[in-house]
Design a protein around this ligand. Structure first.
Ligand code: SAH
Ligand code: SF4
Ligand code: F3S
Length: 476
């Protein structure tokens, strides 16, 4: 009885057929606008900012269909799992939660459970869901969020399980309604997909080819956000430095976009993620002009060993990376730099790992996301002989984290005694009821103050630095 219209293929997803990227306008069919009357939805989001931004689109579409947001998953009529496939651990968690939902479904058989995001882009997920997870009603991928109204209609009418995952190149669909999760900080997609094919990474398979939104659409969105009172935007892409490379009608890259956005009145601009090979001097120079571009760069290095970097297909060396950091610090002396590092990549020797520690010392990172290599089926590195015992991988991670934490603390200490601007986000969970927020360098600050300040920009004098945060007092 299962309807298997479009199923994913990692093999297809690997292909990069060059051609025009289709730029389309989003529209909800009129007859579906009341589909969600009296019904509610809830979204559980895993993974990166790209997924958070996608969840804002899913929420926007649902509200346009007449659904309202449920206070929790138990109360929802449509429950989404917007998933991440980056590491095995992320996937296991989702399957664990889905297993637990069998009971929830028995309470309300009319509830629809939808699995979306990056996991459905893998054949293995589809097989597992088909075999073991009857409770999942709709499965759709990263390329067909815009088809959600039609998928829901089909699920209600046909009472069949719907699997619709596309592995084709992808399009750009503008004007999908958004329900943003925050009133002062907004995510702004500038491009989708990734063409890098780092050998460990599944993203190029789950997100398709690199394709950029037109600058005029991005500038319009940022200008509107500023007019609505937003104070910060984070520009999103898997490799923002490749922005614009797919344009056939113009020569316009990431540095041009940054430079144009610098002229808008949005107070704070951040962006993620940068690729060390593609980060160019022109971009650094625009960053160095400062203004509304925040003095923080997240620049994932992954490893400090040239042999490992080569096998990761990162296309730069330890020395080239360190040189870019030096250039950045020359241009923007106070900049905070954070990174991502993978340990335990297949055949990583003690010397390779030492080279990573050496690079961390050299580059003076002020924070990092660190991971143990997780083989992803269908990626080249999953077939590399992996001869490192788990205990060695864990010990390396521990040792690396110690060094990273030292850098984190050192980075925080340099602000002791300084007065910094903080975008106030909320109240800390703890009994203290301190306000918290982030500085231009993306440092978390706690301080005493009235809750009315939430959502505004204030000045805070930093009294004391801790490893993970700063403590300060409000400057009257
Ligand atoms: N496009 C971004 C983010 C990619 S995913 C970038 O290029 O940096 C975020 C991080 O997850 C990566 O930087 C990498 O450190 C880590 N990662 C990706 N695939 C992984 C894998 N198979 N095992 C362990 N960590 C992985
Ligand atoms: Fe993955 Fe590499 Fe693309 Fe980042 S740049 S998403 S790590 S393939
Ligand atoms: Fe995960 Fe997909 Fe993002 S795999 S990290 S949610 S692009």
């Amino acid at each position: 009885m299962e309807q298997q219209t479009n199923l994913p293929s990692m093999h297809e997803a690997r292909k990069r057929k060059k051609g025009e990227v289709e730029h389309l306008q989003y529209e909800i069919p009129n007859h579906l606008k009341g589909l969600g009357a009296q019904k509610s939805y809830f979204i559980k989001t895993y993974g990166c900012q790209g997924n958070i931004a996608d969840s804002e689109k899913i929420a926007g579409i649902m509200e346009n269909l007449g659904y309202s947001e449920a206070p929790n998953e138990e109360a929802s009529d449509v429950l989404f799992f917007n998933t991440c496939a980056i590491r095995d651990h992320a996937e296991k968690r989702v399957f664990g939660e889905l297993g637990r939902l069998k009971g929830l479904k028995a309470n309300n058989p009319h509830r629809l459970i939808a699995l979306c995001g990056c996991m459905p882009q893998e054949e293995s997920t589809i097989e597992t869901v088909q075999k073991k997870y009857d409770q999942v009603d709709i499965v759709f991928g990263t390329h067909n969020i815009a088809r959600l109204p039609q998928l829901l209609e089909k699920a209600y009418q046909k009472k069949e399980r719907i699997f619709e995952v596309l592995s084709f190149e992808g399009q750009i669909i503008e004007d999908i309604p958004l329900k943003r999760g925050h009133n002062q900080k907004a995510w702004v997609d500038i491009m989708y997909g990734c063409d890098e094919f780092c050998t460990y990474c599944i993203v190029p398979y789950t997100r398709g080819t690199e394709r950029s939104r037109y600058p005029e659409d991005i500038i319009r969105e940022v200008t509107e956000l500023q007019e609505q009172g937003y104070l910060e935007v984070t520009l999103l892409g898997q490799n923002v430095n490749a922005y614009g490379k797919d344009f056939t009608d113009r020569k316009y890259g990431f540095s041009d976009l940054l430079s144009d956005l610098q002229k808008t009145n949005i107070p704070r601009i951040r962006f993620t993620t940068s690729h060390p090979r593609d980060l160019d001097l022109r971009t650094m120079e625009v960053m160095a002009q400062g203004k509304n571009i925040m003095p923080h760069l997240h620049l994932p290095v992954q490893s400090g060993s040239n042999a490992i970097l080569k096998r990761m297909n990162r296309k730069y060396t330890h020395e080239e990376y360190a040189e870019k950091i030096k250039m950045l610090r020359n241009l923007i002396p106070n900049i905070a730099i954070t990174t991502d590092i993978i340990v335990g990549f297949p055949q990583e020797t003690d010397e390779d790992f030492e080279a990573t520690l050496e690079l961390v010392r050299e580059c003076q990172f002020e924070g990092a996301y660190t991971f143990i290599f997780s083989p992803r089926q269908g990626t080249p590195a999953a077939n590399f002989a992996d001869d490192i015992p788990d205990i060695v991988k864990k010990a390396r991670l521990l040792k690396l984290n110690e060094l990273i934490n030292e850098g984190f603390a050192r980075g925080n200490h340099r602000f002791e005694g300084e007065t910094v601007e903080v975008l106030v986000e909320g109240v800390s969970e703890k009994k203290t009821r301190l306000l918290n927020g982030y500085t231009p360098h993306n440092k978390l600050v706690n301080f005493e103050g009235p809750e009315e300040l939430i959502g505004s920009m204030v000045l805070v004098k930093i009294e004391k630095a801790y490893t993970w945060h700063l403590r300060g007092t409000l400057v009257k």
